[in-house]
Design a protein around this ligand. Structure first.
Ligand SMILES: Cc1cc2nc3c(=O)[nH]c(=O)nc-3n(C[C@H](O)[C@H](O)[C@H](O)COP(=O)(O)OP(=O)(O)OC[C@H]3O[C@@H](n4cnc5c(N)ncnc54)[C@H](O)[C@@H]3O)c2cc1C
Length: 425
């Protein structure tokens, strides 16, 4: 619910209504025990809640949502609104260019309807924004900006720049910082983010193929680094897919300078003809890649969620999925405090430590998985190439190894996961 000016005290203030901050707020609002909480969400941009980005239908950026994230979106009451715009991933084909090793992960083998889903980010953002604006339990202040945050005995004192009126002061038991990978709030609070650059960029674009993808996603390891091709809905008769192509920093200028036809030839050489001839490439956009981790995820009255806590290499498709699992755990802890009539605990350091302890293993495993898979498959050393080739072959032959890889790719943790819609693990 959009508000004109904030109250003076909240239980939770969420800075950032992007994919993670917005989903977290909606998870909280969906928990019956949390309805008693006073929640304010502040985003520095206006929340746009249309149905689709009509301006750029071919080009929206996409995100692979794991099977585990589907369950979290269901819990947040978002799934029914999201699902009509998603493409189910039924097969993941993992291969290494120039080598025989390959493995195929399949939804039937995992006894689920889909290994995951591909969402165009405009669709995700618009559904989340519309739900935030509709929710009577979440006060939304957007555009607005938290310009100062200071710890006080009852939590955190915040200065909110309302744009039109004077700056407003509010207090909150807990400040959830979800303002993305370039967090100005962390800068102000002196929370250091350690960045380990990969020496790579992700080139993102939408592409079209001659043949229908039939729900297949591809992870392919090439001389320039790993590339992912994710299935998207057809548009005006074109078979569309989303490309995430990792390039070493020194290759970026050459590849970006190629005219479309030459770009498609270079890509086809790396990807092969699994979907026939490439017919079109849309706008190409670059993202510099680093593994970025916050030095602290909690302080008294403060918790970090999403990219601000951990920004991962995108090719393994884990960043949002991990952040949603973090969000679910934090929401569950807050709900437990409310159930026990102890809402005053939610900003206490000891209480927040439970969140860190519960998510530590998942975060470490997921960061390790994304980082190691990326590094192993970005390396052209022939011994490593042989090793990963044997690894892919071995995985295809060894069901437990394949199952582990599948579970990781599907965003399943040890505490999870019961399949929905009548199918069983
Ligand atoms: C190329 C690429 C491909 C990816 N693919 C995948 C994938 O397939 N699967 C996957 O799981 N993950 C993927 N990711 C990761 C995923 O995009 C991120 O994990 C996710 O976007 C993080 O969301 P966030 O809400 O933390 O940050 P953001 O989406 O950046 O949102 C931050 C929000 O905070 C607001 N804000 C900023 N500053 C302030 C302030 N001072 N006060 C208030 N509000 C503020 C912004 O307006 C914004 O709304 C990919 C990432 C990239 C770069």
């Amino acid at each position: 619910m959009l508000i004109d000016s904030p109250h003076t005290h909240y239980d939770l203030v969420i800075a950032g209504g992007g994919l993670v901050g917005g989903s977290f707020a909606l998870l909280l609002a969906a928990l019956p025990g949390s309805r008693a909480l006073r929640i304010l969400l502040v985003d520095s941009s206006p929340l746009v809640s249309g149905t689709r980005d009509v301006g750029k239908p071919f080009d929206a950026r996409s995100t692979a949502i794991s099977w585990g994230s589907r369950q979290i979106f269901q819990q947040a009451g978002l799934w029914d609104k999201l699902s009509p715009g998603l493409t189910a991933i039924r097969d993941i084909h993992v291969s290494d260019k120039g080598h025989v090793g390959a493995t195929r992960l399949n939804s039937d083998q995992m006894h689920v309807d889909a290994l995951g889903y591909v969402a165009e980010n405009t669709h995700l953002n618009q559904v989340i924004a519309a739900s935030l604006l509709d929710s009577p339990h979440i006060a939304v202040y957007a555009p607005g900006k938290i310009v100062d945050a200071k710890p006080v005995s009852e939590g955190v004192s915040l200065l909110v720049d309302t744009g039109t009126q004077a700056t407003v002061q509010v207090t909150s038991r807990l400040l959830v910082i979800a303002d993305g990978g370039r967090s100005s709030l962390c800068d102000q609070l002196g929370i250091a983010l350690t960045r380990k650059p990969y020496g790579q960029h992700a080139l993102i674009s939408n592409i079209s193929f001659e043949q229908a993808h039939q729900g297949r996603a591809f992870e392919r390891f090439t001389d320039t680094g790993p590339l992912a091709v994710l299935p998207l809905p057809d548009l005006d008769g074109e078979h569309r897919a989303a490309l995430v192509w990792t390039l070493a920093d020194d290759q970026v200028d050459n590849i970006m300078a190629l005219p479309d036809a030459a770009f498609l030839t270079a890509l086809q050489q790396r990807f092969g003809y699994r979907l026939g001839t490439l017919t079109r490439v849309g706008e190409r956009v670059l993202y510099p890649l680093s593994l970025t981790l916050a030095s602290e995820q909690i302080r008294p009255g403060i918790v970090l969620l999403g990219n601000v806590a951990h920004t991962l290499h995108p090719v393994a498709g884990q960043g949002l999925n991990l952040a949603l699992r973090d969000a679910r755990e934090l929401a569950a802890l807050i709900a437990a405090a409310v159930d026990m009539d102890q809402a005053d605990m939610i900003g206490r350091y000891q209480w927040l430590q439970q969140y860190v302890q519960r998510q530590q293993k998942d975060q470490q495993q997921t960061v390790y998985f994304s980082d190691q898979v990326t590094r192993l498959f970005s390396n052209s050393n022939p011994i490593l190439a042989l090793g990963r080739n044997i690894g892919l072959l071995g995985m295809d032959l060894l069901p437990p190894a394949k199952r582990w890889f599948s579970r990781q790719a599907m965003g399943m943790t040890d505490r999870q996961i019961r399949p929905v819609s009548g199918r069983h693990e």
